[in-house]
Write a protein that binds this ligand. Structure first.
Ligand code: FE
Length: 181
């Protein structure tokens, strides 16, 4: 498992994530923020790997990672080979969580970049109050919302990375489902 994930980062980690950081920086910053806030081990893993769908799809030689690719679904599917739902569900829901936050907090919507507003519209726009209530009854919705906030913050060009992917190897291995470990 770890070798395969590291292979994705080796091949695609230096590609840009948005304007300023690389996929690798973004993933490591996101996981660092989760761990600084005392998130559970599965949620830290989800934070680290939430955009792996972009790396998997580009591994398969498909479309431009900047497009809206349903990367959350392909990422969750990919991670589901090894990890339990505590890891895969926050990943699968992190894009929908943006729609929740945009509907729930005007101030959140105001922080979105033009590109992010555009992809929000493609994803269905801000959630209505009813849809928000419904979303909160989904298992792992709150974890996905927490992940989304770290995701939004993990774009800091000035942040020196203290951790590498290797530092999360043990954590990832400890989370593997017993039957595939
Ligand atoms: Fe992200």
């Amino acid at each position: 498992m770890y070798e395969i994930i590291r292979g994705c980062f080796d091949r695609h980690g230096d590609k840009r994530y948005g304007e300023f950081v690389t996929q690798r920086q973004h993933a490591l910053q996101c996981a660092t923020l989760a761990s600084q806030e005392g998130a559970s081990a599965p949620l830290i893993a989800a934070a680290l790997l939430h955009d792996i769908g972009h790396m998997v799809e580009s591994t398969l030689g498909s479309r431009d990672p900047a497009d809206d690719l349903m990367h959350e679904a392909s990422g969750a599917r990919f991670l589901g080979q090894w990890f339990p739902r505590e890891v895969t569900e926050p990943v699968r829901l992190h894009v929908i969580a943006k729609r929740f936050l945009c509907g729930n907090e005007v101030s959140y919507y105001d922080t979105l970049s033009p590109a992010s507003r555009h992809s929000l519209e493609l994803q269905g726009g801000p959630m209505s109050a009813d849809a928000q209530r419904q979303f909160l009854t989904t298992p792992f919705a709150r974890e996905a919302i927490a992940l989304r906030r770290w995701d939004d913050l993990a774009k800091d060009t000035d942040l020196e990375l203290a951790l590498s992917l290797e530092d999360f190897k043990e954590l990832l291995e400890s989370l593997m489902r017993p039957e595939v470990a």
